[in-house]
Design a protein around this ligand. Sequence first.
Ligand SMILES: *[C@@H]1O[C@H](CO)[C@@H](O)[C@H](O)[C@H]1NC(C)=O
Ligand SMILES: *[C@@H]1O[C@H](CO)[C@@H](O)[C@H](O)[C@H]1NC(C)=O
Ligand SMILES: *[C@@H]1O[C@H](CO)[C@@H](O)[C@H](O)[C@H]1NC(C)=O
Ligand SMILES: *[C@@H]1O[C@H](CO)[C@@H](O)[C@H](O)[C@H]1NC(C)=O
Ligand SMILES: CC(=O)N[C@H]1CO[C@H](CO)[C@@H](O)[C@@H]1O
Length: 583
Amino acid sequence: MWSVYRLLVFALAAASRLAPAHVLEFCHSSDCHRDDDTASNGQPAPNTVRSRWNMSVSGLVRDLDQFRVSCKKLIEEFPVDEVDGNFVRTVKNCIFSKSTPTPLKGPLRLAAVSKEVIEGIFDLDVAVTQSEDFLHYASGGKLLIGSVPLAHRYGGHQFGYWAGQLGDGRAHLLGRYSNRKGETWELQLKGSGKTQYSRSGDGRAVIRSSVREFLCSEAMHFLGVPTSRAASLIVSEEPVVRDQFYNGNVKMERGAVVLRLAKSWFRIGSLEILAQSGETDLLRKLVNFVIDEHFPSIASGDSNKYLVFYSTVVNETARLIAQWMSVGFAHGVCNTDNFSLLSITIDYGPFGFMESYNPNFVPNTSDDEGRYGIGAQADVGLFNLEKLLAALSPVLTQKQQEEAKMILKGYGSIYQMRIHQIFKAKLGLLGEEEDDSFLIGFLLKMMEDKGSDFTMTFRQLSEISDLQLHNRNFTQMWALGDLLEHEHFSDWLNMYVFRISRKQSDTDSDRQSRMKKVNPRYVLRNWMAESAIVKAEVNDFSEVELLHRILSSPFVTQETAEEAGHAARPPPWAERLKVSCSS
Ligand SMILES: *[C@@H]1O[C@H](CO)[C@@H](O)[C@H](O)[C@H]1NC(C)=O
Ligand SMILES: *[C@@H]1O[C@H](CO)[C@@H](O)[C@H](O)[C@H]1NC(C)=O
Ligand SMILES: *[C@@H]1O[C@H](CO)[C@@H](O)[C@H](O)[C@H]1NC(C)=O
Ligand SMILES: *[C@@H]1O[C@H](CO)[C@@H](O)[C@H](O)[C@H]1NC(C)=O
Ligand SMILES: CC(=O)N[C@H]1CO[C@H](CO)[C@@H](O)[C@@H]1O
């Protein structure tokens, strides 16, 4: 039986392009390159050339050796594990270990690059990415002067249980970069070899999982969902052995490295390991650092700052998961080590975009219990926030712990409020009317019954006129056409048309353009990724590039995407696809 509760939980989600709530502006005087010749909007004034940047006319740096990325601040701030060598072991009393990437075996190929990141965030001329130096830098084979790469020590609850020390098992933090907009980003290589935290892993990532991460993190950004970004994808000839479906079919694949970036890579598990091992001073230090760097609205002298921090993370986690739901995104492994303290999407593994609407959609084919199914994500968020509270408890007073529990109790209603707002926007509803939740829930229930395409149902509602809706004229609207077979869809349409036509100040074209901004026409469907991966594995990266370009404007109808069938009914083979779990 379909439960009203679940429907409400699910129904409360959509792609309104909400900005992340913490103001991500944490430029601290000295490590920030904002100069006086920077225009007030944060963009460099045109035609200014600052010699220290060795800039081209565009103001972009052309020489990789001028790219200043450093872990200095982190190393100065925290005790660092100095033990040399990347051998696996238990590490105590530190946040990071020094760890050197293992270069990928060549020949190396640049499979994908994000010009937007390279130029807009790194201030580098994209031509730099065509150099040998860049290939080596972005795959772990070249370190820039003064660079001390780090692996982060963290723990986590995996699949419901405390898993002890985890840590960056195949990722290296290259350093922080403060760009000319005054933003600070942390650059990380993924797939760059073993670290102290590799456990039984080989420290590598294969082409298919790297293509997926590159494309999906970029796609999520352009969908307006807070996420880590990807700068480049380098593939090699280095053999990597993987059992793709954990079924004994071992296959030789090739290694790849993604250069990815986030404002911060700290996770819930970053704090948990310190709390679990009684390293309270270090825990306090890390929380203070995260607050000072990333939550500028929280005063460092505020005696309640940890509570305000917790409340912010609770709110932002609710918002993030609501945004995932709004685009049908299932993360796939929502363990506490994969949950960012900044409430951004990180660690793309066996994720999936739901095609047929199904609250039980599970992207990880080995997740038989559906623990991380799409409809379970809100609950998993709650579980993870409970673990965050436990990790913060050593620095909270008894009274604050009680207050934090009350804050956590509010999570459900914050989530529902977000979902409600988002799905109202997806339906183009202005104002607030009593039956809005019913209207949303009713539609989702019918979509579930019919297995309607999640993305295209909402998109087509955004592209259809009131008159066509009224006339049930679904020419070219295959997803809506499918839904018309539901016995109640016609009733729903009457309600909907009545609801949207009641707002006299709203015109049909305003409604459509509003809805088209929150209902994407293209998402990274599994079959699309798969098709690009098959080609990438034979060194044809054209489809990776094509998808990257299309998904950079997911709300805009594009000819190439239409020709490739990205808004059409998924091809029959798509249904048989399984998401590969090992990565
Ligand atoms: C600028 O970069 C070029 C290489 O791209 C180098 O030859 C030159 O010396 C640099 N100039 C300064 C002032 O650093
Ligand atoms: C979190 O959201 C609740 C409900 O909207 C609000 O009362 C509270 O002030 C928010 N907390 C923070 C730190 O913004
Ligand atoms: C998928 O789910 C199974 C079962 O819970 C789990 O063992 C596996 O680690 C998951 N895959 C990934 C990549 O997390
Ligand atoms: C249905 O809508 C299409 C536009 O998508 C229009 O060209 C066509 O004339 C309409 N058909 C009827 C019967 O109104
Ligand atoms: C996709 C990904 O990076 N997942 C990480 C998060 O969680 C799992 C299990 O906790 C780790 O094994 C992965 O490294």
